[in-house]
Ligand binder design. Structure first.
Ligand code: IFM
Length: 450
C-alpha cells in the first residue's frame, strides 16, 4: 500500500511562475528601448560568465505569444513578469516610448484572455543607463523618478492589472551591485550601498502611493524581498553573533524599515552613522501599508565568525552532508522556518512566495524529453513546507516557481537553468520539461502528493 499523502491547498490558491524582463526578453535595442545598466555591464568583457549577454536571451520579446500559449498549457493561474524601465522610458524620465508600453499592454491582454492573472514587477534590476549616468540609486532623485515611472505604467495597465510589485530583491541591488560589485554598477563601497538600500525602500513607498493613486481598479501592491533563515555554524557565542549580524543585513535591514519605519538597533550599533536617520516624512513613505509581502526563497544561510572578513566579520559556511544545487544548498525546512518567522515578527496582511526554484543541469534526452527529476523533488519538498506553514497559520496566498523558462542568470549567464521550460539557445525552441508537466498537475489538483 502506498503511504503517499496528498496536501491540498486552500481554494483560490494562486499557482504561478515568474520571470524578469532582462532575463528573457532580448530585443535589447529594439523599438525605441534605451540601454539598461545590465546592457552596459554584460557588454563589458569579464563581467558575465562566457561573455554572455541578454541581447537575445530567450527572445521572449518576439516569442511572447508562444510563451503565453505554453503558460496556458501548464494551466498557470498567474504569471509574474517585470517591466523593463528603459523600454518604457528610454532615458528613465521624460518622454514615454509608446512601443514599449504597447508590448506589455498586449502581453497583459493575452494573459487575461487565457485566465492568467498578471503580476507586474516594476523593477527587476534593469535600471536605465541614463539614470545610472545621473548617479544611479545613490542619488535620491531616483526615488521620485521611480514613482513617476510607476505612474506611467499604471496609467496604461492600471485598468487591468490587479497585482503589483514595486521592487525585486533590493538586497541584491544593494549588496551585489555596491558591496561585491558582481552586478552593475560593479561598485565596492559599503557606505554607498547603505544609501542605495535606503533609496530603494523609500522609492518603494513612493511607488505604492503612485500606483494606488493612478490605477483605475482596486489593486494589491507589495514588494519582493529575498529572505533566508540564518543559522549559526556552531553553538559558540561568536558564531551565534555572526549569524545575528547576517540576519540583520540580509533580512531585517529590509523588513524593519518597511514594517516598522526604522532600522534594526543592532545594525545601527554596528554601523553607527552609516545607517540613515529616518526623518518622519520619509518614515511615512517607508511604512505605506502593503497588501502582501513577496518572499523569494532559495536556501538558508549558515554563518560563522571570521575576523578576517571586512565589515561584517563573518563567513558563509556550506555544511557537510547537505545536498547542493549548482548554486546553493538545498534546504526545504528553511522555507517553513522563514514563513513562520516573517508571519510572527511582521504580521504581513498576506504573503506571496514570488520565487522558489533550483538550478540543475538539464539535458534533452534522445526522445526530446527533459527529465529533470531533481527539480521536481526540490519543488515538491518546498511546496510541502508551504503547506505546513499555511496549516500553522501563515497567510500564504500564492506560490511562483522561478522560472517559467530557462533564462539569463545574471553574472552566471546561461550556465544555470531554472526553467520549467527548456530553452534551446541555438534555435530558441521551447520544450516543456518533466517538471513543467508535474507542476501543471499540482495546479490542476490544487495540491501535491508527498
Ligand atoms: O534569477 C534570479 C532572479 O532574477 C532573482 N531571484 C533569484 C533568481 C535566481 O538566482
Amino acid at each position: 500500500m502506498s503511504n503517499q499523502k496528498f496536501l491540498r491547498f486552500p481554494d483560490g490558491f494562486i499557482w504561478g511562475t515568474a520571470t524578469s524582463a532582462y532575463q528573457i526578453e532580448g530585443a535589447w535595442n529594439e523599438d525605441g528601448k534605451g540601454p539598461s545598466v545590465w546592457d552596459t555591464f554584460s557588454h563589458q568583457s569579464g563581467k558575465v560568465y562566457g561573455g554572455h549577454t541578454g541581447d537575445v536571451a530567450a527572445d521572449h520579446y518576439h516569442r511572447w505569444e508562444e510563451d503565453v500559449r505554453i503558460m496556458a498549457e501548464l494551466g498557470l493561474k498567474a504569471y509574474r513578469f517585470s517591466i523593463s524601465w528603459p523600454r518604457v522610458l528610454s532615458e528613465g524620465v521624460g518622454r514615454v516610448n509608446p512601443a514599449g508600453l504597447d508590448f506589455y499592454d498586449r502581453l497583459v491582454d493575452a494573459l487575461l484572455e487565457r485566465g492568467i492573472e498578471p503580476f507586474v514587477t516594476l523593477y527587476h534590476w534593469d535600471l536605465p543607463q541614463a539614470l545610472q549616468d545621473r548617479g544611479g540609486w545613490p542619488n535620491r532623485d531616483l526615488v521620485q523618478y521611480f514613482a513617476d515611472y510607476a505612474r506611467v505604467v499604471a496609467e496604461r495597465l492600471g485598468d487591468r492589472v490587479t497585482w503589483w510589485i514595486t521592487h525585486n530583491e533590493p538586497f541584491v541591488v544593494t549588496i551585489l551591485g555596491y558591496v561585491f560589485g558582481d552586478h552593475p554598477p560593479g561598485v565596492q563601497n559599503f557606505p554607498q550601498a547603505i544609501q542605495v538600500g535606503y533609496h530603494l525602500l523609500l522609492s518603494h513607498g513612493y511607488a505604492v502611493e503612485a500606483l494606488r493613486a493612478t490605477a483605475r481598479r482596486p489593486i494589491q501592491v507589495g514588494i519582493t524581498l529575498n529572505l533566508s533563515p540564518v543559522h549559526s555554524a556552531t553553538d559558540s557565542e561568536a558564531d551565534r553573533l555572526a549569524a545575528q549580524r547576517m540576519d540583520g543585513i540580509l533580512n531585517r535591514m529590509f523588513l524593519d524599515p518597511i514594517f516598522f519605519g526604522r532600522y534594526p538597533e543592532d545594525m545601527r550599533a554596528l554601523f553607527g552613522p552609516l545607517i540613515p536617520e529616518i526623518p518622519p516624512e520619509d518614515a511615512r513613505y517607508l511604512i505605506t501599508p502593503i497588501d502582501f509581502l513577496g518572499v523569494n526563497y532559495y536556501c538558508r544561510a549558515v554563518a560563522r565568525h571570521d575576523p578576517s572578513m571586512p565589515i561584517m566579520e563573518l563567513a558563509q559556511v556550506h555544511p557537510e552532508g547537505s545536498e547542493y544545487s549548482q548554486m546553493w544548498e538545498i534546504y526545504p525546512p528553511g522555507l517553513y522556518e522563514l514563513l513562520m518567522r516573517v508571519w510572527n515578527d511582521y504580521r504581513p496582511k498576506a504573503i506571496m512566495i514570488t520565487e522558489n526554484g533550483v538550478p540543475v543541469p538539464d539535458g534533452v534526452d534522445f526522445d526530446g524529453r527533459v527529465r529533470d527529476e531533481r527539480r521536481i523533488r526540490y519543488l515538491r519538498d518546498h511546496i510541502a513546507q508551504v503547506h505546513k506553514a499555511i496549516t500553522d497559520g501563515a497567510p500564504v496566498r500564492g506560490y511562483f516557481v522561478w522560472s517559467l523558462m530557462d533564462n539569463f542568470e545574471w553574472n552566471h549567464g546561461y550556465k544555470m537553468r531554472f526553467g520549467l521550460v527548456y530553452v534551446d539557445y541555438d534555435n530558441l525552441a521551447r520544450i516543456i520539461k518533466d517538471s513543467g508537466r508535474w507542476y501543471a498537475q499540482v495546479i490542476r489538483q490544487n495540491g501535491v502528493w508527498v
